[in-house]
Design a protein around this ligand. Structure first.
Ligand code: SF4
Length: 342
């Protein structure tokens, strides 16, 4: 049974993000990832389904270990043993990634779907000029492209992220943290992918630089009309920059809604707890945490995985796994409280 829009079925899965009616550029269907460790089997991604249109921005939030980064890696087919993609499809445009050969998938990365990993700016090679690293990325996809065309592509990408083309000749140590992060975004858009996944793109940056980086992502998204998935913890930044928010808990998407719905009327008890833990003028900075700890994926609670921490738990929550239901166009929820509303 599907975890997200299971009761609405496949057609519902496709319409989950397509209120405007345009076809999604990204479709993730029933994606499942398991890690086989010495301590047991950990289901890190449990039947995840969602879709995204060109030009949309989805914020993916949840506590550490909820499966956000695993989802990004699975979409890129970059899960390493002992992890394994057990099931699911990821379709970008008309290309279904799980069915591609390794070589086809290598080409699809960067040209169809780009991933800017957490801490990407620290992975820039310190002894190779930025330009050479950008040229390498293009050459691995377009080996016959003339040098001049490649350099023009790099210059354009650097300008798109508001960097001087002179950065092409610089080394990573000559750049600030924000500039390095923008170089990583420039590399991500070199081949104009349809989907960009940015994993914690603003971590380790000061607040002013965070804002600049988010504005840069906004601008490049407009330029190439990509769908963007932003993974992060900072709900404040999400509120300002994304169109939709997806909340993950223990490997499942528990609520997906517009950013306005999420911040004004969250439905899932975990989403409600996340929102009420944010500081605001009324609570005068008194923090309200979420009771308990996120569960170990090796020993997930039965029924609803959130039930030991949920203030609205019912008897059935201990034993019955909630299905995901569509409440309204584009809004899905995984909680027994809404069984009748769906
Ligand atoms: Fe709480 Fe039950 Fe809903 Fe889970 S299914 S979030 S335990 S009310």
């Amino acid at each position: 049974m599907s975890s997200t829009v299971s009761t609405a079925g496949e057609a519902g899965a496709r319409s989950a993000f397509t209120a405007a009616g345009s076809p999604p550029v990204l479709r993730v269907e029933h994606l499942e990832v398991t890690y086989y460790t010495d301590l047991g089997r950990a289901k890190a991604l449990d039947d995840v389904t969602f879709s995204l249109e060109a030009g949309q921005k989805l914020g993916m939030v949840g506590e550490s270990g909820s499966g956000k980064s695993t989802m990004a890696l699975a979409m890129m087919r970059m899960i390493k043993p002992p992890g394994r993609i057990e099931a699911g499809k990821v379709t970008v445009g008309t290309t279904e990634l799980m069915g591609l050969s390794e070589e086809q998938m290598r080409k699809a990365r960067l040209s169809e779907i780009a991933y800017i990993p957490q801490g990407a700016m620290n992975s820039l090679n310190p002894v190779i000029r930025i330009g050479a690293q950008m040229v390498d990325a293009i050459r691995s996809h377009l080996p016959n492209e003339p040098r001049r065309a490649i350099e023009e592509r790099c210059t354009h990408a650097l300008r798109s992220v508001d960097l001087d083309p002179g950065v092409f000749r610089m080394y990573a140590h000559e750049l600030s943290g924000g500039m390095k992060q923008r170089v990583c975004i420039a590399i991500g858009i070199l081949l104009q992918p349809k989907v960009i996944i940015a994993d914690e793109p603003t971590s380790a940056l000061d607040v002013v630089t965070q804002r600049q980086v988010m504005e840069t992502i906004d601008r490049v998204q407009d330029e190439i009309n990509a769908a963007v998935i932003l993974i992060g913890h900072d709900m404040g930044l999400m509120a300002q920059f994304v169109d939709r928010v997806a909340v993950m808990y223990a490997g499942r998407l528990v609520e997906v809604s517009t950013v306005r719905e999420m911040f004004t009327e969250p439905k899932h008890p975990y989403a409600q707890a996340l929102i009420s833990s944010l500081p605001n003028l009324e609570n005068k900075g008194v923090f309200q945490g979420i009771p308990g700890l996120a569960p170990s994926l090796l020993r997930l609670p039965s029924g609803c995985a959130f039930h030991p921490r949920c203030g609205k738990m019912m008897d059935m929550c201990r034993t019955a796994r909630p299905d995901t239901r569509m409440l309204s166009s584009g809004r899905t929820i995984t909680c027994h409280l809404y069984n009748d509303e769906a």
